[in-house]
Design a protein around this ligand. Structure first.
Ligand code: GLN
Length: 380
């Protein structure tokens, strides 16, 4: 049989490529973003309790109500934002499903979606699958600052959506309040939807405050705020995320969501709902990861890699231009095969594979893992 690909330009995601290579060469894997330590036993017990006490049939389509109520409470406590748990919050199979369903719900052939590059690699394929056109705005390393005049120049009557991601994967930068106000000004009095990918909301460093789209009233009225429990509770394999949006947008989202997943794994939702009753379970995360970032950076401070400390996410970008001028994908592969350390090359997220000679390292790892990785980096 012969069929055309709907995504002819798309290969296997770099996360699978690098994790597979790391495994094949027994390398330390700081590439794909996931912790090498376990989730809290208390949370695991709560999920087991949920299974043992009958939470094994379908959850409501939008998700377990207790979990949606816990999210509504969190959004109110942290951001003073009101989302109605019955109509404005949906539990999804990770943030990736939320993103894909938002794109299927709103993007039609000819629609334009502004994305900032380096961009997480699921955005563009999701836009293309729905016949839309990604309008890239390339940000330059190492600052990854946004030129808002450039953004304004790209907005026209075909602009259906703008996707932002703060804290930003892969650069580890964050959008400031001024940036969010710029975005609010640009989208005001338009029909543009904002998809705000905030999966690293609880990992933000040096006393900075996360600038959620829901903190800005006009932005909130046009935004899907997308978040994930997988990052927050150290269990990326559980695939439980959520999104929040005003009810008229969520109603359209639900039309598609009901026929893509219907609902998400029920006992996990109940377990997380119980676990969230204690806010310290997610509020201590910035301190926890800042210590890991600082440990990692202190260990490699004398290496030939250059860096600006990550401001958020659990990723640190390192510039290797003083070591070699190799293409970053080649260098990442060589580092894995020859030195036993895997990282993610940034060019795969950039427009025209722009190569800034930077790799992304995940520091969501045990201190011992970070020490071993640093030993390797110091010898390069
Ligand atoms: N979000 C993770 C990362 O950036 C990877 C997710 C995935 O492998 N699909 O590394």
């Amino acid at each position: 049989m012969q069929h055309d690909s709907k995504l002819p330009e798309v290969g296997t995601t770099i996360f699978s490529v690098m994790s597979k290579l790391a495994k094949a060469h027994n390398a330390i894997n700081l590439s794909q973003g996931f912790p090498d330590f376990g989730s809290d036993q208390e949370l695991i017990n709560l999920v087991s309790n949920a299974m043992n006490s009958g939470y094994n049939q379908y959850a409501p389509m939008a998700g377990n109500l207790e979990l949606r109520e816990a999210i509504a409470k969190k959004m109110h406590t942290l951001y003073n934002a009101t989302y109605h748990p019955e109509t404005e919050i949906t539990i999804t199979a990770g943030a990736t499903q939320a993103i894909s369903t938002i794109l299927s719900t709103f993007i039609s052939p000819g629609d334009e979606v502004i994305i900032f590059k380096p961009a997480y690699d699921s955005y563009e394929p999701g836009i293309i699958l729905n016949g839309g056109k990604a309008i890239p705005i390339q940000l330059g390393a190492p600052s990854f600052n946004v030129d808002w005049e450039l953004v304004k120049g790209k907005v026209n009557n075909r602009t259906k959506m703008i996707i932002i991601n703060t804290p930003h994967n892969p650069s580890g930068t964050v959008f400031s309040k001024e940036y969010m106000l710029e975005l609010e000004r640009i989208t005001k009095n338009t029909n543009i939807i904002v998809l705000s990918d905030e999966v690293y909301e609880h990992m933000i460093y040096d006393g900075e405050k996360h600038q959620s789209a829901c903190l800005f009233p006009d932005l909130k009225s046009r935004s899907f705020v997308v978040a994930s429990f997988c990052k927050t509770f150290h269990n990326t394999g559980w695939r439980v995320g959520y999104c929040c949006a005003p009810k008229e947008l969520m109603k359209l989202f639900m039309q598609v969501h009901q026929f893509s997943v219907f609902c998400v794994h029920h006992p996990t939702q109940k377990g997380i709902a119980d676990y969230m009753q204690e806010p310290k379970h997610y509020l201590g995360l910035s301190k926890f990861y800042q210590e890991k970032r600082d440990l990692f950076l202190s260990l490699i401070k004398d290496s030939k890699f250059k860096f600006q400390p990550s401001k958020g996410t659990y990723f640190q970008v390192l510039d290797y231009s003083e070591i070699t001028q190799e293409y970053d994908v080649d260098f990442a592969k060589r580092l894995t095969i020859e030195s036993g350390l895997a990282a993610i090359p940034l060019s795969v997220f950039n427009e025209n594979n722009l190569d800034n000679k930077v790799l992304r390292f995940c520091f969501a790892k045990k201190d011992d893992t970070l020490k071993l990785a640093a030993e390797i980096l110091n010898c390069i």
